[in-house]
Design a protein around this ligand. Structure first.
Ligand code: HEM
Length: 133
């Protein structure tokens, strides 16, 4: 019989974080921070005035990326994330602003520190890969 620990081992990051509601909360919090944090103003300026679409797309992408429903792929096809970011000049400063907003938002989640650390490390890899300038 499967014990509780091996069941946790088999959980996806999506499940470990708490599922749809938590992933959606994280995306909204991330953009609220970007929208209000003065240090993120250059990053905010790259985005549309209305962040509703950005919030929804990040939620749909992270859902699949974390092992939950592949909402983004179902709606828009292959993410080709790096290509979709080419219109924006992403340098180390932009990457660091993005990560700073995400670090604050992830820090507010009520999950194990180990889950937060792994999530932030994986997000950093992705954010660093977006650099094009
Ligand atoms: C490294 C710094 C980053 C910058 C400066 C940046 C900037 C942007 C900008 C300006 C947009 C367009 C917003 C819109 O059309 O509403 C965008 C879209 C998007 N970003 Fe990023 N981003 C970064 C990193 C990331 C990372 C790490 C992820 C995923 C983990 C991500 C996921 C997305 C997604 C899914 C979209 C929507 C793409 C589409 O369908 O058009 N971004 N990003």
């Amino acid at each position: 019989m499967e014990d509780a620990l091996s069941a946790v081992d088999e959980m996806t990051p999506y499940q470990l974080l708490g599922g749809e509601g938590v992933v959606r909360w994280l995306c909204n919090r991330f953009y609220d921070i970007m929208d209000s944090e003065p240090a993120a103003a250059p990053l905010r300026a790259m985005h549309p005035a209305d962040l509703a679409g950005s919030r929804q797309k990040l939620f749909m992408f992270l859902s699949g990326w974390l092992g939950g429903p592949s909402l983004y792929i179902e709606a828009f096809g292959h993410p080709r994330l790096r290509m979709r970011h080419l219109p924006f000049a992403i340098d180390e400063a932009a990457r660091d602003q993005w990560m700073a907003c995400m670090r604050t938002a992830v820090g507010e989640l009520v999950v194990e520190d180990e889950v937060k650390d792994k999530l932030l490390a994986a997000l950093y890899q992705t954010a660093d890969f977006m650099r094009n300038t």
